[in-house]
Design a protein. Structure first.
Length: 301
């Protein structure tokens, strides 16, 4: 999908600000959430993406490793651990084993909510745990924005940073239409206060049971996140979770990074249908230039 550079109707006054890279306010975001003109919303999101990144859209191949490290690493640019165990010693042993498995590929994993729980809810203990995990080989963890209010979210990110552990990604585990703007605002504040985030994935990994989102909700959320969170480098969509069709449309609404592309190229359907080639083709079809990145959000050589 390709939008015109110009909006129409009630959002026309926002066009120049989007193209300049200005951050939108909460009031601006509320206007976008109410506006039925999705084409104009997409034009604003696309203008903001191009102001930040030109035609470049990145993607990352990720190996998601379970506790037994039974995954195949393939050509991953990131090894990601999920599901923190209940004990610190077990957690650290898992990280050390995964470090050897990763073989120099950036190792990330778990969430700050899980780590804070293991630290007994104590921010000082979280600093110590982050320091230990960083020494074991973990480079970054993830901030689940819907599990914290704004000030506690800032504090846990700072605590992880004091321990030398990055917090490069912010995600949303569950959300409702009523909470989407609050979570986007929270991401913006966390970045303003910490400058830790490299990417924000604003689409929930699971909808609240009584408030499922629609495709219209999702692309509108992408555009608003890009326009409000201008200091977060990348607005991200999970390729494995949302699939190529929504991911491609999301680029036209402001997304500039596709996460969780499979690290193993299955060639049963031919080379052009392998995960890496498929994502490159989908990005190019959205009138953008695909660039593969590492888990550190650096271009792969």
């Amino acid at each position: 999908m390709k939008f015109s550079a110009l909006t129409t109707g009630e959002l026309a006054d926002l066009e120049a600000r989007a193209a300049r890279g200005d951050a939108f306010t909460r009031a601006d975001a509320e206007r976008l959430m109410r506006c039925p003109d999705l084409v104009s919303i997409g034009a604003l999101g696309e203008a903001a993406r191009k102001a930040a990144h030109g035609d470049r859209v990145t993607f990352g191949r990720v190996c998601v490793a379970d506790a037994a490290l039974q995954a195949e690493r393939g050509d991953a640019g990131e090894v990601r651990l999920e599901g923190a165990p209940a004990a610190v010693d077990e957690l650290r042993a898992r990280v050390r084993a995964a470090r050897a498995f990763a073989g120099g590929v950036p190792l990330t994993g778990f969430t700050l909510a899980e780590l804070l729980q293991l630290a007994g809810g104590d921010h000082f203990a979280l600093v110590d745990l982050a320091r230990a995990l960083a020494s074991d080989g973990l480079e970054s963890t993830t901030l689940p924005l819907d599990r914290f209010e704004t000030e506690p979210a800032v504090e846990v990110v700072r605590a992880a940073g004091r321990g030398g552990l990055g917090v490069w990604r912010a995600v949303v585990l569950t959300s409702t239409p009523e909470t989407r703007l609050d979570v986007i605002d929270r991401a913006s504040v966390v970045q303003r206060e910490t400058n830790a985030l490299r990417a924000f994935a604003p689409l929930a990994r699971a909808d609240a049971r009584d408030a499922p989102s629609t495709g219209y909700d999702d692309v509108r959320t992408i555009a608003v996140a890009r326009l409000v969170c201008r200091s977060i480098p990348s607005i991200q969509v999970d390729w494995a979770l949302y699939g190529p069709k929504l991911a491609q449309v999301a680029i036209a609404y402001g997304a500039d990074d596709l996460d969780a592309v499979a690290a193993v190229d299955t060639l049963q359907l031919g080379h052009r249908r392998s995960p890496a080639e498929d994502v490159r083709r989908q990005i190019a079809s959205a009138f953008a230039t695909p660039v593969e990145r590492t888990g550190r959000f650096e271009p792969r050589s």
